[in-house]
Every structure is written in structure tokens, then in C-alpha cells.
Write a protein that binds this ligand. Structure first.
Ligand SMILES: [Zn+2]
Length: 373
């Protein structure tokens, strides 16, 4: 575990520190994320409109599925889909057991204002709790298993209603905020769960819905139309600032935040705890990365970002951590075990197909960059 109490080298331009994977600093003290920063080139609104047109031509009951967490980004995507582009939308929310009251209010408001249909998706509650608990204890993390379950429910919902596209609120602001471990990998997750010998194979398979999916079979199913096409509108449109998006959803969707400036992930009550764990295990966490991204995009000065970052106190256990532990049948006594997780411990259990897929995607991105030059 990196000792975060000692002086840690931090970038002179952003807040990225020496614990960030593969980071290096130049003579001026600027980190490689800052010096390698590329200008964001959106794919273009015309391309997005063309995707929507193709979806409409399918004449399904719904043109698009919008996964709605009650957070700022997904609420904005729902606003765009319905109010700006006039799509027939089904909205869905996976209840991970940690949905905040604020998120539930925001979902209710968004549904009532747009008038779209909405479904809540659930896993078996007991199995979900047991699986989350095991993943937390064995891998110091909850977000990976939650992302896996959410994605499975999204794909299932789109398939059941024959919806041609899924619109994700993934924001370019969240780029670079991942941990070095491949935490969203089914093979790795199944290995950790089976190792604990507490689960029947059927329990795991039912929870995963598509237990044998890898990135190749996912792509194949999307290409052949068995799965919906996944679209990330933020990557097509001119870069809207976080503040501008906040103003729009507040005005148009009656969306509320928790009063903190630039707060993120307020849809999940476990987020501050998982962020604390990340910081302890890796020496950096989401907020540091997101603020750094905002500095690079000139949305915040370094001083402003630093002030906001310090208010977050990511190196302190959040006020509600016992509630989160309790909900997973854990106590304070389990904290040392959770924090003892060594980064990349299960990386050799990651699906070979997914590793190959990641390499191919990297090559594709490199080729695209060369074409743009
Ligand atoms: Zn930097």
C-alpha cells in the first residue's frame, strides 16, 4: 500500500501524483498525461443523427434505451435523446442496492418531465449481497462487479424490447480515472467467486445473465443485431463543460445535486467508501483524476481544483462507511482484509480474449491517430 502520508510527487499542472500507473514527470514537473494531452475531436453531431435515423427506421416500440442512474450525465443523455433528438426512449435503472435517495428523486423527476417509460432492474437480493461482499473482501473493490451486473441488465433489457441502440452517459471527463486492474472482467470475477467456494455455479451464472460473454462475442452479437449498438453521445458532440451540463439538467430536468460543486457519482451511497478504498490501495482515486481532467480542459484552475479536492477528504473514511459495511454483512474488523488487497493480484485471471481485444483496440486507436495527422 503506497504511504500517502509522506510527500508524494504531484504534477505542477494537474493533481496527478506519482502513484498513477506508468506516469512520468518532465523537468518542469509536468506529468505525462498533461504533456501528452491531445485535443478532443468529437466524432460529430451529423454522425450521431445518422445513428438515430437508422434506429428510427427499425420502427421498434422504442428507438433507444437510456440507462438512468439519476446522476448528471445520464440525466443529460435522457434530456438529449427525448427533448433534443425526439427519440422514443425506454429508460432503465439497475438497482445495485446503493442507490441514493437523491438519485431516486432525480430519476422520478426525469421520468415525469420526459414522459418516457422506465423500468427498475434487480438481481436476486441475497445473491447480490453475497457476491458484492466476496468481491469487496477479496479484491478491495465493489465498482467492477456493479459495472458488470449493470451492463448485463442493460443488454438484457435492450434485447427483450428489441431496442436498436443504447445511449450511455460515459463522459470524456472520466477518462484516465480507472484503476490498473481489469476489474470489469467476467473471467476474473468468476475466478474470485469460485475460489471462495460459497457459490453454486447457477447462482453466479444467473447473476451474470450472460456468463460466457467476452469482448469478441459482445462485438459479434452487436454486429449481427442480437445485441443493441452501444453509443456514447458525449464523444460525438462538442465538449460541453461539466458546469454547463449541470445548468441544463437543473433547468430542464429539475435535476438536483448534493450542494457540492462538481460532485460526481452522487447516485451511489457507496461511492465515497469505494473511493476511499481506491486511494488507500492505489494512492490515487477518481476525484484526483477527474479534477485533473477538468484542469487540462480549462474548466478549473489548479488552485480551484485543489481547494475542491481537499474538501472531499478522500483519505478519510466517509461518514456512512459503517452503513455500507453493514449492508454487506461486514464490520470494522473486515477493513484490514479489504485494504490488504495487492494491486493486479488477479490480472493473470483476466480473459485472454479480452486481453487480445484490448490490444487490437489499441492498434485501431493508433491507426486512427495516424490518419488524423
Ligand atoms: Zn499533469
Amino acid at each position: 500500500m503506497p504511504n500517502i502520508q509522506t510527500t508524494v510527487k504531484t504534477c505542477s499542472k494537474c493533481l496527478i501524483n506519482q502513484h498513477y500507473p506508468k506516469i512520468h514527470f518532465d523537468e518542469q514537473g509536468q506529468c505525462s498525461l498533461c504533456s501528452d494531452q491531445k485535443t478532443f475531436h468529437p466524432l460529430g453531431e451529423e454522425k450521431l443523427k445518422a445513428i438515430f435515423e437508422t434506429a428510427r427506421k427499425k420502427q421498434a416500440v422504442y428507438d433507444a434505451l437510456v440507462p438512468l442512474s439519476g446522476g448528471k450525465d445520464s440525466t443529460y443523455i435522457l434530456f438529449l435523446a427525448v427533448k433534443v433528438y425526439g427519440l422514443k426512449v425506454l429508460a432503465m435503472t439497475y438497482n445495485n442496492g446503493f442507490l441514493s435517495e437523491l438519485a431516486k428523486d432525480n430519476i422520478r423527476q426525469a421520468i415525469s418531465i420526459t414522459g418516457v417509460d422506465h423500468v427498475f432492474c434487480f438481481s436476486d437480493k441475497q445473491v447480490q449481497q453475497k457476491i458484492y461482499r466476496e468481491m469487496l473482501l477479496a479484491s478491495g473493490d465493489l465498482c467492477g462487479v456493479c459495472d458488470i451486473a449493470t451492463k448485463a441488465h442493460i443488454l438484457k433489457t435492450a434485447s427483450e424490447h428489441a431496442i436498436p441502440i443504447i445511449l450511455y452517459g460515459t463522459s470524456p471527463l472520466e477518462e484516465d480515472s480507472f484503476v490498473p486492474d481489469t476489474i470489469q472482467d467476467l473471467r476474473r470475477l468468476k475466478f474470485i467467486l469460485r475460489q471462495s467456494k460459497q457459490f453454486k455455479r447457477r447462482e453466479i451464472n444467473d447473476f451474470l445473465i450472460f456468463p460466457r460473454l467476452n469482448n469478441f462475442s459482445l462485438s459479434y452479437r452487436k454486429m449481427t443485431g442480437r445485441f443493441a449498438r452501444e453509443v456514447r453521445p458525449f464523444f460525438y458532440l462538442d465538449n460541453q463543460s461539466d458546469a454547463a451540463i449541470g445548468e441544463i439538467v437543473n433547468r430542464e430536468m429539475n435535476w438536483k445535486d448534493d450542494g457540492r460543486t462538481y460532485s460526481r457519482h452522487l447516485d451511489c451511497v457507496a461511492e465515497p467508501f469505494t473511493n476511499y478504498l481506491r486511494n488507500q490501495i492505489y494512492g490515487y482515486e477518481r476525484r484526483r483524476c477527474q479534477f485533473s481532467n477538468m484542469i487540462r480542459k480549462n474548466e478549473l484552475s489548479r488552485d480551484e481544483a485543489l481547494k475542491l479536492f481537499e474538501l472531499d477528504r478522500v483519505d478519510h473514511l466517509p461518514g456512512n462507511y459503517r452503513q455500507i459495511l453493514q449492508q454487506l454483512n461486514c464490520t470494522d474488523d473486515d477493513l484490514p482484509k479489504i485494504l490488504a488487497y495487492q494491486a493486479m493480484q488477479f490480472e493473470n485471471k483476466v480473459s485472454r480474449m479480452n486481453q487480445l481485444f484490448a490490444v487490437l483496440m489499441q492498434v485501431k486507436r493508433k491507426l486512427r491517430t495516424l490518419q488524423h495527422r
